[in-house]
Design a protein around this ligand. Structure first.
Ligand code: RIB
Length: 308
C-alpha cells in the first residue's frame, strides 16, 4: 500500500443525466443549423460517468445523488444495477425532471455541452446527512460540480471528518470562487487546464503557467493537484513536488467524458493502494481508450481492456 486510504470503498457524490448526442461535421455556430449527423441517447452525467468508469475497472462503488420521477431516472437506476453500483442513496425527487445533457460532437471529437440539471439540483445537505453511514464507510469520496456547490462544500467536510480521501473534479468550472472551507477539505483536486484557469484566474497555456496555477490552488489548502491537459497529458503536484505524465497517442473519435473516465480510473488505482503517479498513468490509459469510442459513460473501458 503506497498511500494511506482507509479502505477501498469509493463513494461518488454527484450528477446523473441522460445524454442526447449528435455527431456531425462541425459544432453549430450561434444561429446555425447543422444538417446531417448521427444521434445517440445514453445515460451520462459527470457523477454517473465517474461511478460507472470506476465500477467497470473493478472499484467497489456507491452513489449519492438525485433523479426525477421519470423514465430517465428509472433508466439511470437500471444502469447502476447493471454496473453493480450501490444506488441505495440515489434519491427520487418528485415532480422534477431528471438531468438532461444536449451534446454536439464534431469530426475531430471535440464537443459542446448544455445541461439542464433538473433533479441534480435537488441534492441537499440533508441528503448528505441521510447518507452519512455510507460516507463513514468510504475510503475515497469523489465529487464534481453538477450538483449544488453548498452540498458539495458540506459533503466535503463530512467526508473529511469521516477520514475519507476527498477528491473534487471541479467540472463544470464554477461561476463563483470555490469556498475556502471546500478547498481546505480536499486531499486532491482534478481540474482540466480550462477549469484551473477559471478557478485561479491565471493562464494555463504552458506547463510553467500550469505549475503557477497549481501553486495558487495549493495555497488555498488543497494537498495534491492534478491538472489534466488532454493530449498534453497531466501535470501533478504532491508533497512539494511536480511531476508530469504523458498522454497516450490515439485518434480521438469523441472526447466527451474522457475526464470522467480518468477520475473514475484514478480512484480505483488509489483504492488498490497505488501511488498517485501510478494512478494517473492508469487514468490516462483508461481515458485514452474511452476517447476512441462514441459516448461518455458507454465509452468507459472494462478492466480486462487495460490489462490486455
Ligand atoms: O463529462 C461529460 C458529461 O458532461 C456528459 O455525460 C454530460 O451529461 C455532462 O454532464
Amino acid at each position: 500500500m503506497e498511500n494511506n486510504m482507509k479502505n477501498d470503498n469509493i463513494v461518488v457524490i454527484g450528477s446523473t443525466n441522460t445524454d442526447m448526442t449528435i455527431k456531425s461535421q462541425h459544432l453549430p455556430l450561434p444561429g446555425e443549423t447543422v444538417l446531417g449527423g448521427k444521434f445517440m441517447m445514453d445515460p451520462g452525467g459527470k457523477g454517473a460517468n465517474q461511478a460507472v468508469a470506476a465500477a467497470r475497472l473493478g472499484g467497489k462503488v456507491s452513489f449519492i445523488g438525485k433523479v426525477g420521477d421519470d423514465m430517465f431516472g428509472a433508466q439511470t437506476l437500471r444502469q447502476f444495477k447493471e454496473e453493480h453500483i450501490n444506488a441505495e442513496y440515489l434519491g427520487v425527487c418528485q415532480g422534477v425532471p431528471s438531468g438532461v445533457a444536449l451534446i454536439n460532437v464534431d469530426e475531430k471529437g471535440e464537443n459542446s455541452i448544455s445541461v439542464a440539471p433538473g433533479a441534480n439540483f435537488c441534492l441537499l445537505s440533508t441528503d448528505i446527512d441521510d447518507a452519512s453511514s455510507k460516507i463513514d464507510e468510504a475510503g475515497i469520496v469523489l465529487m464534481q460540480l453538477e450538483v449544488p456547490l453548498d452540498t458539495i462544500d458540506y459533503a466535503s467536510q463530512k467526508a473529511k471528518d469521516a477520514g475519507a480521501y476527498v477528491i473534487l473534479n471541479p467540472a463544470p468550472a464554477p461561476k463563483e470562487p470555490l469556498p475556502d472551507s471546500l478547498l481546505s477539505s480536499l486531499d486532491l483536486i482534478i481540474p482540466n487546464e480550462t477549469e484551473a484557469n477559471i478557478i485561479t484566474g491565471l493562464p494555463t497555456d504552458t506547463d510553467d503557467q500550469v505549475k503557477e496555477a497549481i501553486l495558487a490552488i495549493v495555497a488555498k489548502g488543497v494537498k495534491s493537484v492534478i491538472v489534466t491537459m488532454g493530449s498534453r497529458g497531466a501535470m501533478a503536484y504532491q508533497d512539494g513536488e511536480f511531476f508530469s505524465v504523458p498522454a497516450f497517442k490515439v485518434k480521438a473519435l469523441d472526447t466527451t467524458g474522457a475526464g470522467d473516465t480518468f477520475c473514475g480510473a484514478l480512484c480505483v488505482a488509489l483504492a488498490e493502494g497505488k501511488s498517485l503517479r501510478e494512478a494517473i498513468e492508469f487514468g490516462c490509459k483508461a481515458s485514452s481508450i474511452a476517447v476512441t469510442r462514441m459516448g461518455a459513460m458507454q465509452a468507459a473501458p472494462y478492466r480486462q481492456e487495460l490489462t490486455s
